[in-house]
Design a protein around this ligand. Structure first.
Ligand SMILES: Nc1ncnc2c1ncn2[C@@H]1O[C@H](COP(=O)(O)OP(=O)(O)O)[C@@H](O)[C@H]1O
Ligand SMILES: [Mg+2]
Length: 419
């Protein structure tokens, strides 16, 4: 079960929203519904699962319904139809007190415009959420100072917000949200007002914090680069409809329609896609350096070659061995190390850009290894060429599009030479 489940949620703005639902269900467009009834369609039948510990990004153009969606999660907005479950519990059924507790303990919102109190110090701003929770003063100050430190603002405790830059103010906002220890952080375009350099710093900081905290973060952005940098999952909204939801690689490799394609077309795939998104399972992995056991594993499999890992002092080396070489080695008492064809290895998170040369030059598909040094998959030449040629194809298609109007005008024919 996902931590947050959004089920068939529709939101209509206007005086009699429910009366408009039949039109929505009949599939009438946002524009038609506005023209006929004066009601605005905020969201149309949204279904989403948000897993605990993920950064879940909601992306779309301005007006696509991102803020409307995120505000449903802490019930700043109630849906016209549908339900929202938190840990399986229907949050629409909460009474006023339950809702207050829910917002304090579970859902913490980081606003785009920081929302800091100008006449409070930085430390007081950060500690505010704890005060609301009834935490004692000394404890509040201690925890707030820790979070300020975590976002790189140690030493600014007694400053006032106006003394800080925009980026620093947003870090205070982030520290405040983190300080409440809420399970979910809701971040509505939290970095969009920052200039590019500071924005990129904030993205790094959030990524670093998340590696430590494993919070559930719902992050809204209209920027695909930001979505790709931060998101474990990306949901794309258009005119209040969910057009695609999936991990970044899926969005890039299989855009659901022209709208998504228009976001991803200029992304540099070789830089964004990583080894784990293009690897395949290896056909056979031999999991021992014992020659008898290795041969047994090889004989038991339908394949006649396998990936192996051998320890060489402190280092691990990777390669492939053939069944023939294994049979021979047992007679000649050679070791795996002696008979394997050594291959380079690639970490799971390496961008395709960095593994192109390695994968294209190797004699066999190159092993992809995790932090523990285990072989998790292999990258074939075909896979990396696929990434490059997809991109080349997309470029070529666009170039053709750009040229086609001229092609349609037939070239003027020269008059035939007079005889
Ligand atoms: N309180 C409201 N009253 C009427 N219409 C609204 C209200 N809030 C949002 N909308 C409309 O709902 C749509 C989605 O808006 P919003 O969720 O703010 O988009 P985004 O955050 O993606 O820019 C827009 O057409 C917007 O005009
Ligand atoms: Mg918005």
């Amino acid at each position: 079960m996902a931590l947050i489940e959004v089920r068939n949620v529709s939101k209509i703005f206007g005086p009699r929203p429910k009366s408009v639902l039949p039109l929505l269900e009949a599939g009438r467009s946002k524009t038609e519904i506005l023209a006929e009834t004066g009601h605005g369609v905020g969201l149309r039948n949204i279904n989403l699962d948000i897993e605990a510990g993920q950064i879940f990004v909601v992306m779309g153009l301005s007006g696509s319904g991102k803020s409307t969606l995120i505000r449903h999660l802490n019930r700043l907005i109630d849906p016209t139809a549908g339900e929202i479950l938190y840990e399986g519990e229907d949050i629409l059924g909460y009474d006023k007190n339950q809702l207050i507790a829910f917002r304090r303990k579970k859902m913490s919102m980081v606003f785009q415009r920081f929302g800091l109190m100008p006449h409070w110090t930085v430390l007081e701003n950060v500690a505010f959420g704890l005060k609301v929770q009834g935490v004692a003063r000394a404890m509040r100050r201690e925890r707030a100072a820790e979070w300020l430190d975590a976002v790189g603002l140690a030493g600014y405790e007694d400053s006032y917000p106006e003394e800080l830059s925009g980026g620093m103010q947003q870090r205070v906002g982030l520290a405040r949200a983190l300080c409440t220890d809420a399970e979910v952080l809701l971040m509505d375009e939290a970095f969009s007002a920052l200039d590019p350099l500071i924005r990129s710093e904030m993205q790094d900081q959030l990524t670093a914090l998340q590696a430590r905290l494993h919070k559930t973060i719902v992050f809204i952005t209209h920027d695909l680069d930001e979505a790709l940098r931060l998101g474990d999952m990306i949901a794309i909204l258009k005119d209040g409809e969910l057009v695609q939801a999936g991990p970044p690689a899926e969005i890039l490799l299989r855009p659901a329609d022209a709208y998504v394609e228009s976001f991803v077309r200029d992304v540099n795939r070789v830089r964004v896609l990583t080894a784990d998104t293009v690897m395949k399972p290896p056909r056979l992995r031999i999991t021992t350096e014992n020659m008898d056991e290795a041969l047994r594993q090889m004989r038991a499999s339908p394949h006649d070659f396998a990936y192996v890992k051998v320890r060489d002092g402190d280092e691990e080396r990777y390669g492939v061995v053939t069944q023939a070489a294994l049979e021979e080695a047992r007679r000649s008492r050679a070791s795996l190390r002696d008979i394997m064809c050594e291959l380079p290895s690639i970490p799971l998170s390496a961008p395709v850009e960095d593994i192109l040369a390695v994968a294209l030059q190797a004699d066999f598909p190159v092993p992809v290894i995790n932090d523990a040094g285990e072989i998790k998959g292999v990258v074939t030449k075909k896979a990396v060429i696929g990434v490059i040629s997809d991109q080349a194809e997309a470029r070529a298609a666009r170039a053709e599009e750009a040229l086609s109007p001229e092609e349609e005008t037939p070239p003027e024919e020269e008059p035939p030479p007079q005889a």
